[in-house]
Design a protein around this ligand. Structure first.
Ligand SMILES: Cc1ncc(COP(=O)(O)O)c(C=O)c1O
Length: 339
């Protein structure tokens, strides 16, 4: 079976949601289909409201999808470095922010909070809008403040954590926009195919990627489908987080005696994956191979780009253990294979 890093869509979760009394969605949330769509929408909103944006500051470690959106809107990009804990280098940012209005994008990597106190302090001296990127971090908090409410604007990416088809919540914490329309839609043909593949995996050699449905991220039809909305709104946050935490702890324990270098992040309350630094390419290859034998997806994240952006970036590459699969691997893995 080909297992994906993200949970598959689940009709079970959809049906279960019909009997739940949870209500995650607030009236001020904008419901879009991807993190990219949220980023596109918020930048477009800023541009339309006559706020010229001098630059968008991105961390050196970010997937290309993000820069694609910004380039499409013809906004200049600059990059800032991170430390070993993946915290932004605020001194570097303070010294390099242009005087005119800029946007600073800060991810809470892998479900862990960033160094928010120092980041928010930047606002006292600089003309910036801080975008909190929770693409890896659906549920969590920083000093009792929920993820999504820390930056001036925030967005997430539901399908990475939940068994949805897609979805992203865009929140404006500073000033509510008046020009963004809210809309709903049924799943499109491709999304229906993805949902059916989850029911009949044997009919589909490979579980179809949700990617096709993401093409519309940068168009006007980029709202969340109603299946994903229903699952997100009604899901039990506690259940999801406790399973993920348990799986994260499993990896922590399991890899204790293995010679690897985990990325030391702040304790995540709803982890995305278990990330490790790669010391060399053969180490990554070894783990990917080991994962194939044991039916575990080991992802080699951001493979080449980390070294390309600017001269000052010498951040190590890294890989991550999928924590959604822990249940399957529990009985099978052996230490010998890792050595
Ligand atoms: C840090 C970060 N931000 C944003 C995104 C874009 O999210 P989406 O795939 O929902 O468009 C990603 C995608 O992986 C990401 O890793």
């Amino acid at each position: 079976m080909d297992i994906t890093i993200q949970p598959r869509f689940s009709y079970y979760s959809l049906i279960k949601s019909l009997f739940s009394t949870n209500n995650q969605i607030s009236t001020t949330d904008y419901l879009l289909n991807t993190g990219r769509a949220s980023l596109f929408t918020l930048l477009n909103h800023k541009l339309k409201n006559a706020e010229s944006i001098e630059t968008v500051l991105l961390p050196e470690l970010i997937c290309d999808d993000v820069s694609e959106v910004i380039t499409k809107l013809r906004i200049p990009i600059s990059y800032y470095p991170l430390n070993e804990q993946l915290d932004p280098d605020v001194d570097f940012i303070a010294n390099n922010i242009p005087d005119n209005h800029s946007i600073l994008l800060v991810p809470n990597y892998f479900g862990s909070a960033s160094n928010w106190k120092d980041i928010l302090d930047l606002k006292n001296y600089h003309n910036i809008t801080i975008v909190e990127d929770n693409a890896h971090s659906l549920f969590g908090d920083y000093n009792d403040q929920s993820f999504g409410t820390i930056g001036d604007i925030s967005f997430n990416s539901l399908r990475k954590i939940l068994p949805t088809l897609g979805g992203s919540i865009l929140k404006f914490n500073d000033k509510q926009p008046e020009d963004i329309k809210k809309s709903e839609r049924l799943p499109n043909m491709h999304e229906l195919k993805v949902s059916l593949a989850s029911l009949k995996p044997l009919l589909f050699k490979k579980y179809p990627s949700a990617l096709k449905s993401l093409d519309s991220s940068m168009s006007s039809v980029n709202s969340m489908d109603v299946f994903s909305k229903q699952i997100y709104n009604k899901i039990s946050r506690e259940t999801i987080c406790s399973i993920r935490k348990e799986n994260y702890k499993f990896w922590q324990q399991y890899l204790k005696n293995v010679d690897i270098e985990p990325i030391k992040l702040r304790e995540p309350s709803c982890p995305y994956v278990y990330p490790c630094y790669a010391r060399n390419f053969s180490e990554v290859e070894k783990f990917i191979e080991w994962g194939k034998i044991n039916n575990i997806t080991i992802i080699n994240i951001f493979p080449d780009q980390v070294f390309n952006k600017k001269d000052f970036i010498i951040l190590k590459k890294y890989y991550a253990f999928n924590i959604v699969e822990k249940v399957e691997i529990d009985k099978n893995i052996t230490y010998q294979l890792i050595k």
